[in-house]
Design a protein around this ligand. Structure first.
Ligand SMILES: Cc1ncc(COP(=O)(O)O)c(C=O)c1O
Length: 435
């Protein structure tokens, strides 16, 4: 299963050409391998749990398009649905049955999304949910958590995680201070900090937005009572709770983190999985809030390609294949992977912590439990970078940053998990002695 490393000449050529026209050769920063160094692999083909680069090297994939591909790559039913939909027209700019079917499927799984609106990305979903919360409350401030990433809208680029933390930029250039002036940032898992902010500014806070399981500082689960606490505090102060389930929606269970942890948000944002690999996001929630959305109400939000028929068909084909058995299976495989990683790290004498929720998993090189982004940032990320490359050489593609989450898909089998555990053990021994 594990292949010896092969040349990457074609990836290198493509990377050079790409760098002439695309910033760092990519269309989204973390793909550029800046956190781990080296040449990004240009992918030519992907099937099931495998991606194959332009030089013909095949890797077991744990990025899975950053969590979007819960069924793995090129799932037959999804591919057929996409092809059939494309033949009926790529975009109508008018309503169609596919939007109704996907909205019904989402609503059935996540009943808290009493009404919803489809958009084209997670960024659009969170940006629109914030606008809606402000419209509904007549308040301007929002609270977000340090290390939670909610896409790249200006107001949400205050202390965002993943790519930004990796590059050591607390905020993005080009965002005027006025745009984040209403964004208050609290440490993740720290209810007391939220209480404190609310005690001072509660009457001005429109919403608290949170990743219910953080995925952009590596995988960091919510502390016991954290989400319920946020629900209570927002209610007390007349603010809204927005769960950003762009990663967790249809990932940690069919009803997302909201179902898993039993917390009912006012608004929910989803994306990734509901598009089956095509660009889709959605925001939704309580009916009286969603009735404020144009043209029913005064909160304006629109999109030329929103509800795109090909994307709706892909999403529907994914949701139709996700039953309880699928979630049990991927959680069990991720648990096996986690156990194998822990054993391999112990055998190599390397301090390591794993965090896992269902099929979301991270390994951090530290002896401290990782409960927020400050702790995640202090872990041995250089060792992770060396491990990443040693894994790549052994045919396993993990996240090219320590501060991202690995995803197991339904297409992974025990054979891939076993091969990964073996590769991890070898790679870690190699990475731990190389300096
Ligand atoms: C939790 C979360 N919210 C929002 C987003 C933004 O989604 P998109 O990249 O589709 O704009 C992401 C992207 O990774 C995410 O992880």
């Amino acid at each position: 299963m594990n292949q010896p490393s092969k040349p990457i000449a074609r990836s290198e050529q493509l990377y050079q050409r790409a760098c002439r026209l695309l910033p760092a050769g990519v269309n989204s920063p973390v793909r550029a391998f800046r956190a781990v160094g080296g040449t990004p692999r240009f992918i030519a083909d992907a099937h099931g749990p495998f991606i194959t680069d332009a030089d013909g090297n095949r890797y077991i994939d744990y990025v899975c398009s950053w969590g979007a591909l819960i069924l793995g790559h090129s799932n037959d039913i999804v591919s057929d649905a996409v092809a059939a939909a494309a033949r009926r027209g790529a975009s109508y700019g008018a309503p169609h049955e596919g939007e109704v079917l996907l909205a019904e499927a989402v609503n059935a799984a996540m009943p808290g999304m009493e009404m919803l609106r489809f958009v084209n990305s997670g960024t659009e979903a969170t940006m629109s949910a914030i606008r809606l919360a402000r419209a509904a409350t007549g308040r301007a401030k929002i609270i977000k958590f340090d290390g939670c990433y909610h896409g790249h809208a200006d107001a949400l680029l205050a202390k965002a995680g993943s790519g930004l933390a990796t590059f050591g930029l607390p905020d993005s250039a080009g965002v005027p201070p006025e745009m984040t002036a209403h964004t208050l940032v609290a440490p993740y898992n720290d209810l007391a900090a939220v209480e404190q902010i609310m005690a001072q500014s509660g009457a001005e806070v429109a919403a608290v937005i949170v990743e219910p399981v953080a995925g952009n500082m590596g995988c960091v689960p919510p502390a016991d009572g954290f989400l319920q606490g946020l629900k209570r505090i927002t209610e007390q102060h007349g603010a809204l709770l927005i769960l950003d389930e762009v990663i967790t929606g249809f990932r940690v269970g069919r009803s997302g983190a909201s179902g898993l942890y039993g917390v009912k948000p006012d608004l929910t944002c989803i994306g990734k999985i509901i598009g089956g690999g095509l660009p889709v996001g959605a925001y939704g929630g309580r009916r009286e809030l969603m009735q404020l959305v144009a043209p029913l109400g005064p909160m304006y939000q629109a999109g030329t390609l929103s509800g795109n028929p090909v994307a709706m068909a892909a999403g529907l084909a994914v949701l139709q294949q996700l039953d309880g058995t699928a979630y049990e299976r991927i959680a069990r495989m991720a648990a096996d992977l986690e156990a194998g990683i822990q054993q391999a790290a112990a055998a190599a004498g390397v301090p390591a912590q794993t965090n896992r929720v269902g099929s979301m998993l991270s390994v951090f090189f530290t002896d401290r439990p990782v409960t927020d982004t400050a702790i995640a940032a202090e872990t041995d990320r250089k060792l992770y970078g060396r491990l990443f490359h040693a894994m790549l050489e052994r045919g396993v593609y993990t996240t090219p940053s320590a501060l991202e989450t690995w995803f197991v898909s339904t297409s992974h089998t025990d054979a891939e998990i076993e091969a990964t555990v073996q590769a991890f053990g070898e790679a870690l021994r190699e990475a731990a002695v190389t300096h």
